[in-house]
Structure formats: C-alpha cells, structure tokens
Write a protein that binds this ligand. Structure first.
Ligand code: APR
Length: 259
C-alpha cells in the first residue's frame, strides 16, 4: 500500500487507530531533536542525565540539566500543523490515543486548541514524562517546573521541596524504569490497534521503540512517517519519507473529507 488515499481508507474503516510520536513531530515547532546533525546529543552527553547520576550527584545533575532545559525549551513553542492534524483526527473520532516519547507537552496544547468540550479526543500517554513539570522525590508532589528551573539557574542546587526532598524533572531518565501502568497501557493499545502510525521517531530507544513491532505482530497496519530510515522500517506496511507537517495534514484531510 503506497498511496495516502488507501491508507486513509484504512484509517476510516479502522476500529482502533494509535499514533506514536517522537521528537520529529515537534521539530517544525523549533524543539530540537535528539539525534542527527544538530541533535541535542551532539551538544550534551547523554551520560550527564542518567538516573544513576541524579541519585549519586543531584547537584551536578541539576547544574547540567539547567543547560539542557535552556537548549531544548528556551522558546515558547507552539504546536505545529502535524500536532493539530492528530488532534483533528481525534476530534473526528478516528484516533484512540497518542503515545508520545516527547516531553514538550505540545500534543496536549494542540488537543486543547482543536478539540471542543463535547468532542471525542485522543488519550495522550507521555511515555517519557513532561519536561514542564518537576516532582519531589520525597513527598511525590508534582508542580510547574519553571520556578524550580529558575531557582536552579540561580544557583539553588539541587532545588528542594519544602518537605526537604530533592526535586527531579518529571521525565524518565536514562536507566530509569518507565512508569509500569503507562508502558502496560501503551503495550495494550499497540496490541489492540488496527492501524499504528509511528511519526518522527528514530525508533532506537526501548521500550518505546518496541511498540510498532508489537502492533505489527498483532496484525495492525503499521505506517512510519519519518525523514530518515529506522530499524523498524521492515515491519511497516506504509513508509512516508516526508515532513510531518506535509503528510499528516494531507492524510487527515483525506480521512475526514470523505467521512
Ligand atoms: N518530519 C519528519 N521526520 C522528522 C522531522 C520532520 N519535520 N524532523 C526530524 N524528523 C525525524 C528525524 O529524521 C529522526 O529520525 O525525527 C526523528 C527524531 O529522532 P530522535 O531525535 O532520535 O528522537 P526520538 O526518536 O523521539 O528519541 C527517542 O530518545 O533521547 C531519548 O528520551 C529521548 O524521547 C527521546 C528518545
């Protein structure tokens, strides 16, 4: 199946459509991706941001994390046409869930902007958490991250909660387990999907990158929208080597126009 029309037909007739996204869907919004020429991991060492380092040396971890947060989230990023296309697919009841590796919160912003109070909307599972929040490792309180990053940028290292616990960015760090309930639900959605669309991800980080294969082995039609090849391409029925902001609005137009 190589044309978008027949893929749109698949989506229209599917019971359960699931989208899986990575940094590539937010790249057009200005959020840097992780790999590739200008990737975050060309400028920062992943080893600085492991869970082990956070536990061993939270002060040094936070000192580096402030720099990473500035690099990744220095602007006020807006959702782009690709985020909005997925939100529209949800609003028209053609998208069950968005499983995202991204921690930028842009899918939630797009759904808030596109979906009305009485409309259907896709579930959003933030597999790697959300960089806009922090969580206290003592009492578990979650709160807006901006003031805490501000404190850390001004030398309050590591920033601590009133309870005395050290704050941690509310993201899954390298070497840290994904929350069990989240990954279990994501695996169930992948297995139950009739159509699974992997968008803007290099599909190299586990366990998230195993989801498209799980969908394929359960009989789903798997599509990959990505500018570069991925290790999962062999399991895909549809591959679109195009920009997310070109192909997703076109696809959604085809799905919803002839609905
Ligand atoms: N349209 C389509 N694809 C794009 C676009 C675009 N406009 N821009 C970039 N891409 C593709 C790139 O070709 C690349 O293959 O998006 C992919 C992004 O890959 P990564 O930078 O590896 O991001 P991701 O797959 O989300 O990384 C997974 O790794 O570092 C960890 O926790 C981090 O969640 C992240 C995980």
């Amino acid at each position: 199946m190589d044309d978008l029309e027949s893929f749109a037909d698949e989506i229209r007739s599917a019971e359960t459509v699931v989208a899986f996204t990575g940094a590539g869907i937010s790249a057009p919004s200005g959020v840097p991706t992780f790999r590739g020429d200008d990737g975050v991991w060309e400028k920062f060492d992943e080893g600085q941001f492991t869970y082990g380092r956070f536990q061993r040396d939270p002060e040094a971890f936070w000192d580096d994390r402030v720099g990473l947060q500035r690099e990744m989230f220095d602007g006020t990023y807006e959702p782009n046409a690709a985020h909005e296309a997925l939100a529209e697919l949800g609003r028209t009841d053609h998208l069950e869930a968005i499983l995202t590796q991204n921690t930028d919160g842009l899918h939630g912003d797009a759904v808030d902007a596109v979906v009305g109070a009485d409309d259907p909307e896709p579930a959003i599972l933030e597999l790697h958490g959300n960089s806009q929040r922090v969580r206290c490792t003592g009492c578990g309180t979650r709160r807006d991250g901006d003031p805490i990053f501000e404190r850390a940028a001004n030398g309050d290292l590591p920033p601590t909660c009133d309870c005395g616990g050290v704050y941690k960015p509310d993201v899954v760090l390298f070497g840290e387990q994904l929350p069990g309930a989240v990954i279990q639900r994501a695996r169930t959605l992948a297995r139950e999907s009739d159509v699974f669309i992997a968008i803007g991800s290099s599909l190299v980080v586990q366990p998230a990158a195993s989801l498209p294969r799980q969908a394929a082995s359960s009989g789903a039609t798997v599509a990959i929208v990505n500018l570069e090849s991925t290790p999962v391409d062999g399991a895909a029925d549809v591959i679109r080597r195009e920009d997310v902001t070109d192909v997703l609005p076109q696809l959604v137009e085809l799905v919803t126009d002839s609905a």
